[in-house]
Design a protein around this ligand. Structure first.
Ligand SMILES: Nc1ncnc2c1ncn2[C@@H]1O[C@H](COP(=O)(O)OP(=O)(O)OP(=O)(O)O)[C@@H](O)[C@H]1O
Ligand SMILES: [Mg+2]
Length: 496
């Protein structure tokens, strides 16, 4: 049975044509993959179907009937749910209130909200997807990025949808979270339901999907049947050309200078850092890996002076760093994992976001900002990273997910930082841009700059690092050196 269909859909945002005559369908019992470069229209098409926004023209069908959801909640009630690419939870309320957002009135009798029952139902929803470690009464703002995503999944799954859209969610999750999603997808397929799965990870999408539809510049390029899945052909359909050059760096005998640029000594912080010491060298790409709660994300924040360690210290070029301002002065740049709340100001333009970190580079005699200099500085970053936008004045909130990530990256690479702390820097970016980011990182290394690459992608860590620190429970578990023989299994062994 045809579960969903989109016919001749168009969508424009001012001068941007996000969708240009898009038609596709998905069957019951099918996982349909959607793939395409950043800004190609994947989130727009699916979010229209899930009731988040309306299209300029076109038709939609759900189980053969015309489909006109008026809101996301309306769509969800009627069987279509979506896990959005961006943050889909509200911070100032409890996990339970997020799960029942928009329907808390069902728990009101007279003047009272029956919190006990609401918490009980919410906990059942969390337990049902295997996220019982999140307590229903917790404030959402206390949860980290991964747990907020799991909360969103619990919220959608509690409604038992017949169509589920998973928009670029897995890259935000560690293996445990991914396994939860994969489990849900399998069950839905077996029950004759439908999943639309959006991802930039080609291996993942080829493994998990039954068919694959490729979008480019708002147009459907081609749908691949399962037996037609072939990496080269899919990539070519996505980017309209062959990818040249290698993906990760391909050297294995590169020298790293003995000069220490950053030294951390005995860092302790909550349960996230436990007597953690290490050194970073000039011209080194230092990978940091582990499970999502191993402390590596906190380490990034501490090294940028964003969070203060309870004890221990670290120095950069021999000088102690106590806060963000000092970190920036010593040439540290930081791309946070949670870009929307920590790296970017969404309700400001690309120009303001990128220029702010580079003001000292743009200013003349440290004082005057020449608009023309500022503009050309920003335009250079837009061009280098191929940020898809109308112009530098476009608000970051209106960029596609991957293009937001590029803006967060551009903030610091443009500034010529001598030490870059990158926490999951390639999350949500398409393969073409990913390759460009890796090349940029390698170029920086060759210029003698240093990079701390915190990542949950094993292949990226192994592919790019000179040295790899594996963390577990806030401690340094193992130090591994770059080698052709290093495999994912070698690293995972020390993570768990
Ligand atoms: N609210 C908006 N205002 C202006 N432009 C928008 C808005 N929402 C989306 N766009 C534009 O529409 C185009 C398609 O965006 P969309 O988010 O659908 O891409 P995507 O395929 O999901 O990309 P990604 O892989 O980066 O998530 C982009 O050029 C984007 O900037
Ligand atoms: Mg998107």
């Amino acid at each position: 049975m045809e579960m969903l269909e989109i016919r001749n859909m168009h969508k424009s945002f001012g001068p941007t044509i996000a969708l240009n005559d898009v038609s596709f369908s998905a069957q019951s019992g099918e996982v349909l993959g959607l793939i395409g470069e950043n800004g190609s229209g994947k989130s727009t098409a699916t979010s229209i179907y899930a009731g988040m926004q309306t299209c300029s023209s076109g038709e939609m069908f759900f189980k053969g009937e015309p489909w006109h959801p008026v809101s996301m909640n309306d769509a969800l009630k009627r069987g279509v749910g979506m896990i959005v690419q961006e943050n889909g939870t509200v911070p100032g309320i409890s996990a339970a209130e997020n799960i029942f957002l928009g329907e808390t009135q069902e728990y009101v009798s007279g003047l009272f909200v029956n919190r006990k029952k609401m918490n009980r139902d919410a906990q059942a929803a969390l337990d049902a997807i295997g996220a019982g470690h999140i307590r229903a009464e917790m404030m959402t703002g206390m949860l980290d990025f991964q747990d907020r995503k799991l909360l969103e999944i619990a919220r959608v799954m509690a409604k038992d949808p017949e169509v589920l859209v998973v928009d670029e969610t897995t890259t935000a999750l560690s293996q445990k979270g991914r396994d939860i999603i994969y489990g849900i997808m399998n069950t839905m397929r077996k029950e004759g339901k439908t999943v639309i799965f959006i991802s930039h990870d080609l291996d993942e999408i080829m493994e998990k999907c039954d068919r694959l539809t490729v979008l480019r510049d708002g147009k459907i390029i081609r749908t691949f049947e399962h037996e037609e899945f072939e990496e080269g052909a899919i990539k070519a359909a996505m980017i309209g050309r062959e990818l040249q050059g290698s993906y990760y760096r391909d050297d294995y005998d590169g020298e790293v200078s003995s000069e220490v640029v950053l030294a951390a000594e005995h860092l302790n912080h909550t349960d996230q850092l436990s007597d953690f010491s290490f050194e970073l060298h000039a011209g080194e790409i230092l990978g940091i890996g582990g499970l999502s709660h191993c402390g590596m994300h906190t380490l990034g924040k501490v090294l940028f002076g964003n969070e203060k360690a309870e004890s221990g210290s670290f120095t950069v070029h021999g000088r102690q760093i106590r806060n963000e301002a000092e970190a920036m002065k010593e040439g540290i740049g930081y791309v946070a994992k949670d870009r929307d709340t920590e790296s970017l100001c969404l309700e400001a333009s690309i120009k303001d976001n990128i220029a702010i970190a580079g003001l000292d580079k743009i200013a003349v005699h440290n004082a005057f900002i020449l608009p023309s200099r500022e503009n050309s500085y920003v335009d250079a970053q837009i061009k280098n990273l191929r940020i898809k936008c109308n112009d530098r004045n476009q608000y970051v909130s209106t960029l596609s997910g991957g293009n937001k990530q590029k803006a967060a990256f551009g903030k610091w690479t443009g500034r010529d930082s001598s030490i870059l702390i990158l926490d999951c820097p390639t999350r949500g970016v398409d393969i073409g841009v990913k390759q460009a980011m890796y090349q940029l990182m390698y170029r920086m290394k060759q210029e003698g700059k240093s990079i701390i690459l915190i990542s949950e992608e094993m292949t990226e860590l192994i592919g790019m690092s000179d040295r790899l620190l594996v963390m577990k429970d806030g401690k340094l578990q193992k130090e591994l050196f770059r080698s052709r023989q290093l495999s994912e299994a070698d690293v995972i062994e020390y993570m768990i």
